[in-house]
Unconditional design. Structure first.
Length: 119
């Protein structure tokens, strides 16, 4: 993908509180249309591969199209709570963790799943 397509214009968007406080703004990146189209094409290829190879377990709800925290709770309730057993649950939110993932490690893991640059 050309370098220009990966660049973005950052715009601060006000959240709440005092407008004078820079911490009350969140950065929003406005990317170029060709880059967004390319992202969608790549996402489609990766999604088809992951689904076809069954890389992600059916119990995965986060970051899965058509599933959410709600569907996870419903599946959990149907599978465990209705059996009358005592159950402890821990739900983890790793959403911010993905901001710090090394691209090299991620690419290596994708290769190990059978995805490479030529697909």
């Amino acid at each position: 993908m050309p370098e220009d397509w990966r660049k973005a214009c950052l715009t601060p968007v006000f959240k709440k509180g005092k407008k004078e406080d820079p911490g009350n703004y969140r950065p929003v990146s406005l990317t170029f249309v060709p880059g967004k189209v390319m992202e969608q094409l790549i996402l489609e290829v990766i999604s088809k591969h992951v689904k076809g190879k069954k890389v992600i377990d059916n119990g995965q709800h986060g970051f899965t199209k058509g599933k959410s925290c709600l569907t996870d709770l419903i599946a959990f309730d149907d599978g465990w709570v209705d059996e009358g057993r005592a159950v402890d649950v821990v739900h983890l939110d790793f959403s911010k963790a993905f901001d710090t993932v090394s691209h090299n490690i991620l690419i290596d893991k994708l290769r190990k799943c059978g995805l490479d640059e030529e697909q």
